[in-house]
Design a binder for this molecule. Structure first.
Ligand code: ADP
Ligand code: MG
Length: 494
């Protein structure tokens, strides 16, 4: 499960003397792990990928150590091409992976960390325009150095406010995050906790880390501790195992700003949740800033105690949404600039209109295209883009049936599916029914009479009226619009 996989990537790697690019590659490899778990499942990940250890990294090559020849060969055959592809996408340049069998694997000595343990972050010393080396967000110096696994994680140097494109979907989150950062820079606290939530790839981590960067630029000595919830979990469990819970507490003792990313991962892990709650309360009482992200709002978090939920939601909670096409276009443009590639407006347009799920996917698609074009020397045309991104584009041509729509709408609005066919006219069933008819028209190729028949034999004029009603309501009723967007997303599998 997660623990074993996280444990593997957290092991100290051979980073002594490694170049900055090498370190970036190692960081990319580590940050890739959760998506590998997602792609291949926890069991496969734990069996084949988690045992790999980073041995070395240069700008474009990652050397991984495998404990046995068999494992090495298996990974080589079954996973290597995809791993290389994912890393190339993430870094926007071709990356190769070399596998090496490491004898005496279990005794594989972990060298001393390449940078001193627990130094105050010096992000402020970096000129903003130059992509900085990843800075380590860590706790203040203490007399005794902490083991490496008890240190904080790096902030990604790309995740700054000026690299964040705003649009309707995220302006509020952006402004709120900036205000949190500005207040912290002045030594005051605006909202506590600051809680960002929304689906994957919408910029939560980006904004959270941007707060860290901004703060560290004006106050380099502030202790910003950034941890994914998985790291929190891992560190805590490991502290228990190593009987070093004091060390674990030390990690938070001198923190000024605590950022925990994706806290939904803590849900249901009782002891960890308890420890998190304790840490959270202590820091809140001490007037320290806490910033959290999750894939849903505090009160929607499953398996989290009510008292914790209400605490989590007691500051400012902001939701992030999927960017509209115009914003997606602007984001792509900016990413293409950063990658230093010229892309025709047609290709940008194609991506912006077809990849509507989230920014990460958008970015991934762009990186993939760019990596492909660089590797093959081909020109990026819309045809090539279609061909190379077939798998991403396919989702949106998936066939949606009226049955699917009725079920998903009924679930969203909490009515029975049978109400879709019933003659009942009460508003609480009539409105969702209209939504379902509208979506049937939007998302399937059925005619008005076909749709009418699928809704308990209604007349086609009823369907037309339903569609018109919903079209006129969407701009006026934000909640309804949101619900419709949610259902549409579910139906399109994104
Ligand atoms: P989340 O944490 O919500 O899953 P991330 O913050 O990791 O999402 O964002 C995914 C990727 O998309 C990152 O590379 C991030 O820089 C980029 N991204 C997200 N939103 C924006 C935006 N509005 N402008 C520029 N880049 C963005
Ligand atoms: Mg994130």
């Amino acid at each position: 499960m997660f623990l074993s996989s996280t444990a593997a990537v957290q092991r100290p790697s051979v980073s002594q003397g490694m170049s900055a690019e090498g370190e970036t590659l190692v960081a990319a490899w580590q940050s890739l792990q959760p998506s590998l778990v997602e792609e291949w499942g926890e069991e496969n990940h734990a069996a084949w990928l988690a045992p790999l250890r980073v041995i070395n990294a240069t700008a474009q090559n990652l050397t991984l150590g495998a404990p046995t020849t068999f494992l090495s060969q298996w990974v080589h055959t079954n996973y290597l091409p995809r791993l290389e592809e994912l890393l190339s996408i993430q870094l926007g340049q071709p990356i190769s992976i070399t596998l090496q069998v490491v004898p005496n694997f279990n005794h594989f000595a972990a060298p001393a960390p390449s940078r001193p343990a627990l130094v105050p972050v010096t992000g402020g010393a970096q000129p903003a325009a130059v992509p900085a080396k990843p800075v380590v967000a860590a706790a203040a110096p203490t007399a005794e150095a902490q083991p490496e696994w008890l240190q904080g994680s790096r902030l990604d140097s790309r995740y700054t406010f000026d690299q964040f494109i705003t649009g309707k979907s995220n302006t509020f989150a952006f402004t709120a995050a900036q205000s949190v950062a500005e207040n912290l820079a002045k030594g005051t606290i605006a909202y506590n906790p600051f809680f960002l939530h929304g689906g994957v790839g919408l910029g939560k981590t980006h904004l959270m880390q941007a707060i860290g960067h901004t703060l560290l630029q004006s106050r380099p000595n502030v202790n910003v501790l950034y941890l994914s919830a998985e790291q929190f979990l891992y560190k805590f469990i490991r502290a228990l195992k190593d009987k070093n819970t004091l060390g674990f507490k030390e990690l938070f003792r001198t923190v000024d700003v605590l950022m925990i990313d994706d806290i939904q991962f803590i849900a249901g892990k009782d002891a960890t949740q308890e420890e998190f709650f304790h840490t959270f309360n202590t820091l809140m009482q001490e007037g320290k800033q806490i910033i959290l992200t999750a894939d849903r709002s505090p009160h929607e978090l499953a398996n989290i105690e009510d008292r914790l939920k209400s605490r989590l939601g007691s500051g400012l909670t902001v939701e992030m949404h999927v960017p509209d096409e115009e914003t997606r276009h602007a984001i792509l443009q900016q990413k293409a600039e950063v990658l230093g590639v010229g892309i025709t407006p047609e290709v940008l347009q194609l991506l912006a209109s077809h990849i509507a799920s989230n920014v990460r996917e958008l970015e991934g698609a762009l990186n993939r295209l760019v990596a492909y074009a660089r590797l093959t020397g081909e020109t990026l045309t819309p045809e090539l883009a279609r061909e190379q991104l077939r798998d991403l584009f396919r989702v949106y041509t998936r066939v949606i049936t009226i049955d699917d729509i009725q079920q998903k709408v009924a679930a969203q609005f909490n009515i029975r599916v049978s109400d879709m066919h019933s003659p009942r006219r009460a508003r609480e069933v009539a409105r969702p029914r209209q939504v379902a008819m509208y979506l049937a028209k939007q998302l399937t190729s059925k005619s008005y009479p076909d749709i009418g028949r699928a809704f308990g034999g209604r007349d086609h004029t009823t369907v037309i009226h339903a569609c018109e009603t919903i079209v006129s309501l969407i701009p006026r009723d934000a909640q309804l619009a949101e619900q419709i967007q949610l259902v549409t997303r579910t139906l399109q599998g994104r």
